[in-house]
Ligand binder design. Structure first.
Ligand code: AVJ
Length: 321
């Protein structure tokens, strides 16, 4: 008898909010990008993925459609753990490939947004009759440390969508040691990354005509208001995103339109903003395929196969510990 469980566990760090206090009391101000993803933020991100300017999701989807069968053949039957699973739309391409080969389907999605995690897990259970799902709501670090013991003989950790781009190089080192801790020798790590390309292609992806990205960025303040009893006035901040060419990264900020004071009651925090002062909400790094391959090898996660699209805009790497 197959047990098909969905267990959305809200993992709350006892230090919840200390990262906000730290980011808003330092100069220049910054906030961790995972605060984008309350339920509303996850909805807005889904809309971003559909935008004509946002080439990332479309391009990665086309690569996955090409190579999912190959991936499933290489890894054999394995359980899929996904970091930042969101709507799990792209993951369905992988699940289909494993299903076609007759492999058992077991999926462990991890996301900070409990709402989208639960609704997408339920939809998956309805659509894949043999699928087992164990969903974990929380940050990567905490969720990875609380993964259930393996129920299949092997495991593949999926980190697609170029979320790696949110991590600064030092954070990457910590992250990759968590990844290798969560895997056994011979197991797989599937990484999707946005590659370096001209500014006139990258920059519009973060400055769409409809203003969805602006709404997504500003929603972080609403999220903080809800979560920490704050009084950010989102009409008094504006979205600002640009491609820093020498660093090969998008930087996304919220700019204060005037001098103002904001309070986050439950954090006991008062923050002063000067006119035009900005909060850095996200860095989205763009990668060089050769450099990242060398780094993955150095981390003990040697790429076995690398796929890309005809424009070489996006890369998908299947690495093995
Ligand atoms: C989910 C981190 C890959 O950097 O492109 C989309 C998030 N930010 N638009 C990205 C995002 C603004 C996205 N990642």
């Amino acid at each position: 008898q197959i047990e098909r469980l969905i267990e959305a566990t809200r993992i709350v760090a006892s230090s919840a909010g200390s990262d906000v206090v730290k980011g808003l009391t330092q100069t220049p101000k910054s906030l961790p990008p995972w605060y984008f993803y309350d339920d509303r933020g996850s909805e807005l991100f889904e809309q971003i993925c559909e935008l004509p300017e946002y080439y990332l999701t479309r391009t990665e989807t086309s690569i996955l459609q090409q190579c999912a069968g190959e991936i499933a053949k290489i890894t054999g039957a394995c359980e899929l753990v996904e970091l930042g699973s969101g709507s799990s739309t792209k993951t369905r391409i992988l699940l289909n490939a494993y299903q076609q080969l007759g492999y058992p389907l077991r999926y462990l999605p991890i996301d900070v947004s409990a709402g989208i995690l639960e609704s997408s897990a339920r939809q998956l259970l309805a659509d894949y009759p043999s699928l087992q799902v164990h969903a974990l709501a929380g940050t990567y670090e905490l969720a990875l440390a609380q993964l259930l013991p393996r129920q299949l003989s092997s495991r593949m950790l999926c980190f697609i969508g170029s979320t790696l781009g949110n991590l600064q190089p030092q954070q990457c080192d910590v992250f990759f040691s968590q990844i290798t801790d969560a895997l056994q020798v011979g197991e797989y790590f599937l990484l999707g990354i946005d590659l370096q390309k001209p500014k006139h292609i990258v920059e519009p992806a973060y400055n769409d005509c409809l203003g969805v990205t602006a709404a997504f960025n500003l929603n972080m303040l609403d999220h903080l208001n809800r979560r920490f009893e704050g009084n950010f006035d989102t009409t008094q901040f504006e979205h600002w995103a640009f491609y820093h060419e020498t660093e090969q990264q998008i930087e996304m900020h919220l700019r204060s339109l005037r001098s103002q004071t904001v309070q986050l009651k439950s954090l006991n925090l008062t923050v002063n903003f000067a006119a035009d002062e900005t909060i850095l909400t996200e860095v989205s790094r763009k990668f060089d395929l050769n450099t990242i391959q060398q780094q993955l090898t150095a981390w003990g996660l040697a790429p076995r196969h690398v796929w890309t699209d005809p424009n070489q805009w996006f890369g998908l790497l299947l690495c093995q510990l």
